[in-house]
Structure formats: structure tokens, C-alpha cells
Write a protein that binds this ligand. Structure first.
Ligand SMILES: Nc1ncnc2c1ncn2[C@@H]1O[C@H](COP(=O)(O)OP(=O)(O)O)[C@@H](O)[C@H]1O
Ligand SMILES: N[C@@H](CCOP(=O)(O)O)C(=O)O
Length: 298
């Protein structure tokens, strides 16, 4: 085995009504540098990583070992240096990026030659929904679903707008934010929720961003149940709208919020929010179009 690198982007899932289905890859990255070694060694260089350097309990290694075991292989010992720009448990898909990194690690270290569809199915099974795993693997704006154990997906052309994230200092585990959602929805509720999502996708495809922003803020699948867990939810939505944002939603399961804004307005809205929310990291990001990648000669 030669040394190699793995780079996986962050992602913002749901985009309002696209619950468990829509996700946009973003230019914040989890990066692993992997070298062959006669013993396991994990070095981490980032405040965005859990304090686990014991390989037995490390999530990325656990995923890689279980993927290797499913192909009747054993993950060889490696020396791995991990860095991350993706804040943990903030609704930016850190767990999906870690899962994708684990799958890529097993694929490279054990020469599994997994296809992208196999990686997507394994990652979705582990994460439970494809909305972060799909853009983390493929890049771009991905709409995905699971039908009869197949993960089906389509890529939406990159919308011509800017993305702002409002990242608070506190975290929120996805599991906790899922526990407040209803078990069932009435037919009327579900029909309305999916109709709103349909209009969102059609309006994004048509480039009608005002309508898209309106639909983003009309979600009835998850946002109404989570709003009280998200710091400054109503203030951020109201203030962003006043500053010219098309629409503002919970990023993933939160607590980060995300706005789509017109192309020339991003810097101005970020500057406004840096004063309005001084305790937040307010950042302008770009879509990632590459998805996870292997870097040789790292
Ligand atoms: N790079 C990583 N290495 C190991 N574990 C990770 C990594 N990134 C995320 N995780 C695991 O995923 C958890 C966060 O997942 P989750 O609650 O779904 O939030 P997020 O919105 O960031 O995906 C972390 O607490 C940690 O257990
Ligand atoms: N559809 C999921 C997305 C979770 O995203 P994350 O970035 O918070 O892990 C949900 O809304 O629960």
C-alpha cells in the first residue's frame, strides 16, 4: 500500500422541506493522510475532531473495519493524520463525512474497488438517510431517496446564488433533533409537505429563487418541531429576509442555520450578521462539486 490522502466535503441537508432527501456539498473538508505502518497510529490536528486517537474506538476506523470485514478482508495497520474544517454536531454533515472517509479508507487500503453506488448504499445504511452521504460522495446539489434498498439520486444544477451559514457555539446531536419529530403525519399533512418540496425543486431548477426561498421557509416535515431547539431561529430568519436573503432554513438537524442569498449580497449580509450575532461564526461558503476524492502522493 502506498501513502494516500482522502478529502471529503461537508454538506447541508434538508434545505427546508427536502427532509432526509436534499443536500448540498460545501467547501469545508475532512482530510485524512494515510501511510502504511506496522502499528496503528492516529494523529489529529483540529478542534473540530472528537478526542479519540485510540483506533479501536475511532468512528472512521470502525466504519472502515466493518466495510473491510463485509468483503472478508482485514484493514491493515495504518498511520493516519486527520484534519477537519467541519464543526462537529452543528448540522453540517460531519458524521456523514466521517462515514464516507471510512468507506474510502477501506476501499483504498484493501483494494476493494467499490463503485460509487456501492459506497452510497453502504454509507446510507450506516447513516440511516442519504441526504448528507450522497453530496459528500458525489459533490454538488443532490436529491436522493431509498427505494427497495436502492439509493436513487439525481443532481440538480448548481443554483446561481450564495450560501451563508450561521454557526452557533453550541452543538446539537442529530439523534436528539430527530427524537422530537412526529412518528406519523396525516395524509393531508404529508401531501402538503411533499408538494412544498416539489415546488422548491421545480423553482430551483427554473432559477426562480424568490419562489424557492418562499418554499424553503414553508417546511412542515421537520422545522416546526425543531425550531425551539435552534438558538435565534426566528430572529435569524427575519433578519436575513430583511437583508435580502431568498430563504433561511435549519442546516441538517441544526443548530446551524443556512441562507440562500443573491450572488452580490453575500458579503454584505455576512458583515451585518457578524455584528448582529457576535457569538456566531457567520461564513459565506461555496458549493463543492468534487465530492470525496483520493489524493495520491499526499
Ligand atoms: N471526523 C470524525 N471522526 C470521528 N467521529 C466523527 C467525526 N465527525 C463526526 N463524528 C461523529 O459524529 C458525531 C456528530 O454527528 P451528528 O450528531 O450526526 O452531527 P453532524 O450534524 O455534525 O453530522 C460526533 O459527535 C462524532 O461522534
Ligand atoms: N435529514 C437529517 C439530516 C441530518 O443532518 P446533520 O448534518 O445534522 O447530521 C435530519 O434532518 O435529521
Amino acid at each position: 500500500m502506498k501513502s494516500f490522502g482522502i478529502r471529503v466535503p461537508a454538506s447541508s441537508a434538508n434545505i427546508g422541506p427536502g427532509f432526509d432527501s436534499m443536500g448540498l456539498a460545501l467547501n469545508l473538508y475532512l482530510t485524512l493522510k494515510v501511510s502504511p505502518s506496522d502499528k496503528w497510529e492516529i494523529t489529529q490536528h483540529s478542534p473540530n475532531l472528537p478526542e479519540q486517537t485510540d483506533y479501536d474506538n475511532h468512528y472512521i476506523i470502525q466504519v472502515a473495519r466493518s466495510v473491510a470485514a463485509n468483503w472478508n478482508q482485514e484493514l491493515p495497520a495504518c498511520s493516519i493524520t486527520i484534519e477537519s474544517e467541519i464543526p462537529l454536531a452543528r448540522g453540517l454533515g460531519s458524521s456523514a463525512s466521517a462515514i464516507v472517509a471510512g468507506i474510502e479508507l477501506a476501499d483504498q487500503a484493501c483494494n476493494l474497488n467499490l463503485t460509487q453506488e456501492q459506497k452510497l448504499e453502504i454509507g446510507t445504511e450506516i447513516e440511516g438517510h442519504p441526504d448528507n452521504v450522497a453530496p459528500a460522495l458525489v459533490g454538488g446539489f443532490i436529491i436522493s431517496t431509498v427505494v427497495n434498498d436502492d439509493v436513487d439520486w439525481a443532481s440538480l444544477q448548481d443554483p446561481d446564488l450564495e450560501v451563508i451559514l450561521y454557526i452557533p457555539g453550541s452543538d446539537l446531536k442529530t439523534e436528539e433533533a430527530r427524537s422530537v419529530l412526529p412518528e406519523n403525519y396525516t395524509r393531508e399533512h404529508a401531501a402538503s409537505a411533499s408538494a412544498i418540496s416539489n415546488v422548491l425543486i421545480a423553482s430551483l431548477a427554473a432559477g426562480d429563487y424568490s419562489l424557492a426561498g418562499k418554499m424553503m421557509e414553508q417546511d412542515v416535515f421537520h422545522e416546526p418541531y425543531r425550531a425551539s431547539m435552534i438558538p435565534n431561529y426566528h430572529d435569524i430568519r427575519r433578519e436575513a429576509k430583511q437583508q435580502g436573503a431568498y430563504g433561511t432554513v435549519i442546516s441538517g438537524a441544526g443548530p446551524t442555520m443556512m441562507s440562500f442569498v443573491p450572488k452580490d449580497k453575500g458579503q454584505m449580509i455576512v458583515a451585518h450578521f457578524q455584528e448582529f450575532l457576535p457569538d456566531y461564526q457567520v461564513v459565506l461558503l461555496q458549493a463543492d462539486h468534487t465530492g470525496s476524492s483520493i489524493i495520491s502522493n499526499f
